[in-house]
Design a protein around this ligand. Sequence first.
Ligand code: FAD
Ligand code: GLY
Length: 370
Amino acid sequence: MASNNHVVIIGGGVIGCSIAYHLAGAGVRVTLLERGKLGSGASDVAAGMVASLSEGFTEGEPLKLALESHVLMQEMLPQLQKESGIDVEYLCPGILHLALTKEDEKNLEARLRWQEPLNMGVRWLSAQEMYRMEPALGEGVLGSLFSPQEGHLNSRRLVRAYAQGAARRGATLLQDTEVKGLLYQQRRVSGVRLTSGDLEADWVVMASGAWTGMYRDWLGVDLPVQPVKGQILAARILPSPISTIIWHGITYLVPKADGSIVMGTTREDVGFNARTTIQGIARILSNAIDLVPAVAGAELHRVWGGLRPSSPDDVPILGPVDGCEGILLATGHYRSGILLSAATGKRITDYIVRGEETSLLPFSLSRFTS
Ligand code: FAD
Ligand code: GLY
């Protein structure tokens, strides 16, 4: 890329902010445009788990991306926190996946078989070992799969850290600035349309989360990204009855650095509606109380809902779009955008700066069209 090229990023969630941070670190002129406030999409809602083995990637390039991002995140955080002055509250207590039934046991044993060779210390805990580790678990749990290298952070703080780090590296980040369309010269993108006028760009990165599918007319191609609502809540009980992340089915309890416990979640296909519901929150609470009965006495602090950007195969869509030169997609991170933000920022930057495309090919939009 030419040294004075200008990259415009659409979307100020964790993905857009990480890309801005990485690009600015490579000396690229970057402007990030967010129509609301930074993090106001799915990113501020997330439980913040950095869980490369537990989010559903089981093989191939998606698993490689998840593992790479996990390592990059751990390597990058000290520098990011120093540059930004923001502590992202990273903790690595591990995850306990509980077996409540024989069926759960079978599924977790199958998971152990492919995770053991990865040398990340994943192991089976008998009921006795598990209750010794987490005495507050409900009765009758048969055992659990323990994954010691998975952890969590404060996703709201992570977004601000990327943003602040990007700004310190020279990026411009504009909030309350909605992109209304793309501008082209012949078949190459030349800028974005804003209510205040046009902004020139040599590259446009679409990191617009669950809304990306709405912009198919800008590109003239289908962008198969759909919102999947997730509800989540935070409560406090001191001292916290748990120290590791507890997970069963779609229910998890994450003991946060500030003493709160974040509990999730739901997966709802209800369009662009992120409202919390009595039914959604009641289900999370009921499941969470079954797993850790002591949380019934916790003080409820906050409930949220957010829209995960999902793709048809639950794998991100990264990289160029055939026929639309200069446009890159960075979306579809579904349940794992916090985890995948580090590798996404790095791989998109490597593509723009050095033309390194092989690492994006497995995530190309063309896997749905060809
Ligand atoms: P978003 O954060 O949604 O950001 C997209 C941004 O684009 C928005 O701010 C939006 O306003 C902006 N935008 C859209 N259109 C325009 C436009 N035209 N102009 C300007 N701006 C625009 N992931 C994990 O890794 N670990 C977890 O523990 C975890 N827990 C989760 C729990 C819940 C309940 C939910 C809902 C999600 C969770 N996730 C988790 C997933 C994670 O939150 C998402 O994958 C991630 O936030 C997606 O980031 P994003 O930047 O792509 O999207
Ligand atoms: N990754 C947790 C969630 O999406 O709820």
